[in-house]
Structures are given as structure tokens and as C-alpha cells.
Design a protein around this ligand. Structure first.
Ligand code: GDP
Ligand code: PGA
Ligand code: MN
Ligand code: MN
Length: 617
């Protein structure tokens, strides 16, 4: 039987000591930790200090418990492989909730429950959920600790894997807690439990989790409760739950943007530098684009961020920061030929891999890592694997989690608390047809329309069918922490208040279009630098392009294609704007707007404008 919330249990003696000896004077923090401990009933409490020693002892423990496999020290120093429960491999959008007082607060795209009712359900789930386990308390900051307004959080979790992964992905531990204490800082409460208590004498499993999962955001309380999953996006609460869902709600109130974007610094042969932010849905190329090796001579690219961008304004100029300290990258497809910068970063060690395959010499492998396929592997489910197995060795959403500082091409200003000035915003998705390699919007409102109608084929990054085309506004469909119509209005409002002419120029790309024979029309990866070159020259007003119904698109003469082996057929297929294809696309866009129900009028007008331009073709 469930006990009412006000009759919380007593603490174990050890857990009580964890409260009494807490390394903090932050009263609200102490109260909250103590209340959550009485709810979840851990055996003991550990305050994460973020130290090397702590990492060592936690990883040792996890190796002992079978949660981690220590990799070959020579190939991957201080690195580990984790293998999840086969049912806990991706974000779970069906089980993700935005709980606002009114249903319309969560809008037409999010799952909604009443916050009080949801908290009642969750208190039931969390009650006793840490029995037999350690409760870890992780003070963290997203973005710079010395930012004007540092964005603090504290994650409570019963997963050591989460502690170690958070140490890579964010700034955690003693320094953060000290600053929180000194300033009596507000922090986002992030409660996480695997939902797998251990009864006395019960043997643990390598990857505890619970089949019933809840990833719940309370944007009005700025709080997160996550239950049942140990997987990255569901469990590392600083990342998607805070830096996107909660932060987007904060950003709406404070007139900035929290976006699912990489941040790229590019320097052209004339030494002119620009910063570009790009929003692609999960597993659609952000990390690769952020780490691009330009193939055109004289260009230099550096990374500022690979997944999340916080865009703020000083005067009317947009500046962008990356709130994360690590990379949580898709492993499959990341290889020495496609993304050497990521390969070099992980080879330096200090990395946690999840759901990759193991090689016989204590290394890791995944599809696309090397051209040569190893003759024998142990696959992500622990079974022997040979190239004729007929199934992938690594899970399609297997990941590497690595400190961003290990990236050779990291821009020096990546952790400037003031951010970098933003010149262009790029939207992109994974479409076999219709969407050209690149188009430039006609202006801010049309750019917001391009973002609002962004479409992409679904990937393995979220549980569910793969390859289904869906609308994914600004690549934020799973991450908007409030009403999507208000979110789109917020984008328009920012253009209104800062002046459309001051906003970054907006582009829409598609690296994934196919030729009639099914191959990729565009070679992608490093060759995407040719698109970057065109984007930069458009920003400078020096590149040509043709006006099409969907935006300004380069001809093949407008692109720098020197040294690229590409057939006429391929480049035509990549760049084509086919009115017939787009007329077939329109009902999808109109259905999407109908589903949203109350899109800003400006966007309805944009849809009508697109229809008129297509019909005039
Ligand atoms: P993210 O999840 O958005 O960061 O996406 P990633 O950069 O990790 O890439 C996801 C998948 O898309 C990987 O398998 C990549 O190999 C693949 N990918 C990335 N960029 C390109 C590209 O330019 N062309 C093609 N064909 N595939 C790409
Ligand atoms: P991704 O990040 O965008 O790099 O795939 C993880 C996710 O979105 O689930
Ligand atoms: Mn992402
Ligand atoms: Mn990524």
C-alpha cells in the first residue's frame, strides 16, 4: 500500500550520516536531498565531488559489478564499455511528459499530465526505489560556472554510470557546489532513479532499469523526475531534460533560445571567421558537421558544440554558447574516413562507450568505424558475432561519451561564457527526396517557416519505427518544453524585437537525398564544406543563387566543386527543386499545421505563399 506523501520513511543510519555530513550549507538543497532520501530509501548517500579519485573508484566498482568492461589500456586508456538492457537503448518519447498546470501549456506536440497527479504517481514509483543502493548527489552547471547567470542543477541518481557520464557531459562537483553555497543559488531539481531496488541478498544485474519508464519535466517548477531508464538522454538529466526541455521554457520567459543545434566556427582562406549553428534531428549529422574536416583548400573548421546551443542577444546581435562539456555521439557511421576528429578524440581515452561491440583484443568496434570488418566480435548483446551474422554488431544508437576538450579542433572560445556571434542558422533533416542540398530563406519569417516545417526520417535515437518521415520543428519536436505554437511565436517575436535584418540568415540543408538508383546524391561529411562555403558567401553577399519557390538555391556553378568527383546526374539530383515533388509535400505541411492547431498567422501566410509560388511554376 502507498503511504501518503507526508508520512515519509525514516532514513537508514548511513543515509542519515550522508545528510549530516553533507558538504554544503545550501539549505534548500539539504532539505530537498533529505526529502528525496526519505522517499527513495537509499542505503547510503554519496555527494559527488567530480574528482579523478571518485571516477576511479566508481569505474572500478562498476567493472566489479559487470556494468562496465575495462578496455585495452593501450588502445583506449581509462575507457570502458557499458551494455544496456536490450530494452533501454534510446530516448522514449512515448514516456516523456511535459507537466504544466494547463494542458495547453504543454501544447499539441507533448504528452501531458496534470502536475499534481503526475507527482502522486511518481512518488509511488520513487517510494523505496533506491533501496539497497547508493544515492548519488551531483551538483552541476550547464554552461560556464562564471557565466553572469550560471544555470545550476543537482541530479540525484542511484546510477554510478550516470555519475561518470555526467562528469564527462557537464561541470560537476566541489567547485559547483561551493559557488551554489556562496550565492545561495537557484538550481533545477533533477531526480533520477533506475527503479530497481535491491532486496537484502538479491543479486544485482549489470544494467538495472524498470520496464515502466517516466521522463517527466515540470517546466513551471523547473524540475525533472526521471524513472526507470539508465540510457543517456533519459538519465543524464543535464542534457536533453534540462538544457533543452526546461531551458527552452526558461528561454521563452527570458527572451532567448535553447536549441538542438551544433555550433561550428569556420575560417575562410581570407581569414574571415563565422559561427554557424545547425539544427538536425537526432542521428542526422550534427556531431559529424560540428567536427567537419573541410575538403576545400584554405578552409579551417573548429567545433564549439555538437548538440545543444543557447542563443542569447546582446543588443540585437545573437551570441551562442554550448552548455555541455562532453560529446554523446552516435557511434555507427563515425569512422576514420567520415569523422577522423571524433575518432582521434575517443582514442585519447577517458571515454564511456555504450552498446558498441567488443573486439578480441579489448577494443571496440561499430559499423562504419573501419572499412575492414573484424572477423570476430562480441556484439552489444554479448553474443559471438562474425561478418555473416546478418545483424549489426553495435546497436544502431550505440554511443561514445567523451570529454569535449579531447577534440583537437575545439575552438579556443568554446567555453567563453559570453558566447560567439552567430552569423547563420542551418536547419536540416534526413530526406531521400524533395528537399534540395541547400536553400537560403527569403528572410527571417520564411526561415522560421522552414524550421517549423522541417521534416526528417525517424532514426534509432528514439524508440519506435525508423525511416518514417515526420515533421520536427527546428529539430526540437522531442525537446520543446512548452506549447509548440508559442515556441514558433517566440522565434517570430525575437525577429520582431531585434529586427529581421539583425537576425542570423537561415538556410535549410539535406545531406541525404538519393539518386534514382538509390545512392546518396551528395557525398556528405567533409564535402559539406562546399555548402558551408556557399553559406558564408551568401552571408557576405558575394555568392550567386537562383530564386526557387522554396528559397534561393545555388546552381552547380555557384558552388565550389573543384576537385570533387560527382556526376552531373548526382549534382542535379542534389540541387533540384521539383515543383511536382513540392506540391506533393504541401498537404503534409498543411496537415502538420492543422495538427498544431494554432500556428502563428505569419506561418499560415508563409504556407499560402509557398503554394502560390509552386502553382506559378
Ligand atoms: P547527430 O546525432 O545529429 O549528432 O548525428 P551524427 O553526426 O552522429 O550522425 C548520425 C549518422 O548520420 C551517422 O551514422 C553518420 O555517419 C551519418 N551522417 C552524418 N553526416 C552525414 C553526411 O553528411 N552524409 C551521410 N550520408 N551521412 C551522414
Ligand atoms: P544526438 O543526441 O542528437 O547526437 O543524437 C542524442 C539525442 O538527441 O537523443
Ligand atoms: Mn541530440
Ligand atoms: Mn550527436
Amino acid at each position: 500500500a502507498q503511504k501518503p506523501a507526508d508520512t515519509l520513511n525514516e532514513l537508514s543510519i548511513e543515509a542519515q550520516r550522508g545528510i549530516e555530513q553533507a558538504p554544503t550549507t545550501h539549505e534548500h538543497l539539504l532539505e530537498w536531498v533529505s526529502e528525496m532520501a526519505r522517499l527513495t530509501q537509499p542505503d547510503r548517500i554519496h555527494w559527488a565531488d567530480g574528482s579523478e579519485d571518485e571516477w576511479k573508484s566508481l569505474t572500478d566498482d562498476m567493472v566489479e559489478a559487470g556494468t562496465l568492461v575495462r578496455l585495452n589500456e593501450e588502445k583506449f586508456p581509462n575507457s570502458f564499455a557499458a551494455f544496456s538492457d536490450p530494452d533501454d537503448v534510446a530516448r522514449v518519447e512515448e514516456r516523456t511528459f511535459i507537466c504544466t498546470k494547463t494542458k495547453s501549456g504543454a501544447g499539441p506536440t507533448n504528452n501531458w499530465e496534470d502536475p499534481e497527479e503526475m507527482k502522486e504517481i511518481l512518488r509511488g514509483r520513487f517510494r523505496g526505489s533506491m533501496r539497497g543502493r547508493t544515492m548519488y548527489v551531483i551538483p552541476f552547471v550547464m554552461g560556464h560556472l562564471d557565466a553572469d547567470d550560471p544555470k545550476f542543477g543537482v541530479e540525484i541518481t542511484d546510477s554510478a554510470y550516470v555519475v561518470c557520464s555526467m562528469r564527462i557531459m557537464a561541470t560537476i562537483g566541489t567547485d559547483v557546489l561551493k559557488k551554489m553555497d556562496e550565492t545561495d543559488a537557484f538550481f533545477v531539481e533533477c531526480l533520477h532513479s533506475l527503479g530497481a531496488p535491491l532486496e537484502p541478498g538479491q543479486e544485482d544485474v549489470p544494467w538495472p532499469c524498470n520496464p515502466s519508464k517516466y521522463i517527466v519535466q515540470f517546466p513551471e517548477d523547473r524540475a525533472i523526475w526521471s524513472f526507470g531508464s539508465g540510457y543517456g538522454g533519459n538519465a543524464l538529466l543535464g542534457k536533453k531534460c534540462y538544457a533543452l526541455r526546461i531551458a527552452s521554457a526558461i528561454a521563452h520567459d527570458e527572451a532567448w533560445l535553447a536549441e538542438h543545434m551544433l555550433i561550428l566556427k569556420v575560417t575562410d582562406p581570407q581569414e574571415s571567421t563565422k559561427y554557424i549553428a545547425a539544427a538536425f534531428p537526432s542521428a542526422c549529422g550534427k556531431t559529424n558537421f560540428a567536427m567537419i574536416e573541410p575538403t576545400i583548400p584554405g578552409w579551417k573548421a573548429e567545433m564549439v558544440g555538437d548538440d545543444i546551443a543557447w542563443i542569447r542577444f546582446r543588443g540585437d546581435q545573437a551570441y551562442v554558447t554550448n552548455p555541455e562539456a562532453g560529446l554523446f555521439g552516435v557511434a555507427p557511421g563515425t569512422g576514420w574516413s567520415t569523422n577522423p576528429n571524433a575518432m582521434k578524440a575517443v582514442a585519447k581515452g577517458n571515454t564511456i562507450f555504450t552498446n558498441v561491440a567488443l573486439t578480441d583484443d579489448g577494443g571496440v568496434w561499430w559499423e562504419g568505424m573501419t572499412d575492414e570488418v573484424p572477423e570476430h566480435l562480441v556484439d552489444w548483446k554479448g553474443h559471438d558475432w562474425t561478418p555473416d551474422a546478418g545483424r549489426p554488431a553495435a546497436h544502431p544508437n550505440s554511443r561514445f561519451c567523451t570529454p569535449i576538450k579531447q577534440t583537437d579542433i575545439l575552438a579556443a572560445e568554446y567555453d567563453d561564457p559570453n558566447g560567439v556571434p552567430l552569423s547563420a542558422i542551418v536547419f536540416g533533416g534526413r530526406r531521400k527526396t524533395t528537399v534540395p542540398l541547400v536553400s537560403e530563406s527569403f528572410g527571417w519569417e520564411h526561415g522560421v517557416f522552414q524550421g517549423a516545417t522541417l521534416s526528417s526520417e525517424t532514426t534509432a535515437a528514439a524508440k519506435g519505427a525508423v525511416g518514417v518521415v515526420r515533421r520536427d520543428p527546428m529539430a526540437m519536436l522531442p525537446f520543446i518544453g512548452y506549447n509548440a505554437n508559442e515556441y514558433l511565436q517566440h522565434w517570430l517575436d525575437l525577429g520582431e524585437s531585434h529586427g529581421a535584418e539583425n537576425m542570423p540568415k537561415v538556410f535549410y540543408v539535406n545531406w541525404f537525398r538519393r539518386t534514382p538508383d538509390g545512392g546518396f546524391a551528395w557525398p556528405g561529411f567533409g564535402e559539406n564544406s562546399r555548402v558551408v562555403d556557399w553559406i558564408c558567401r551568401r552571408v557576405d553577399g558575394t555568392a550567386g543563387g537562383v530564386e526557387t519557390p522554396v528559397g534561393v538555391v545555388p546552381t552547380k556553378e555557384d558552388l565550389n566543386l573543384d576537385g570533387l568527383e560527382i556526376t552531373d546526374e548526382e549534382i542535379q539530383a542534389a540541387l533540384a527543386v521539383d515543383a511536382g515533388e513540392w506540391l506533393k509535400e504541401l498537404p503534409g505541411i498543411e496537415e502538420w499545421f492543422a495538427k498544431l492547431g494554432a500556428v502563428p498567422e505569419v506561418l499560415d501566410e508563409q504556407a499560402a505563399g509557398l503554394r502560390d509560388r509552386l502553382n506559378a511554376q
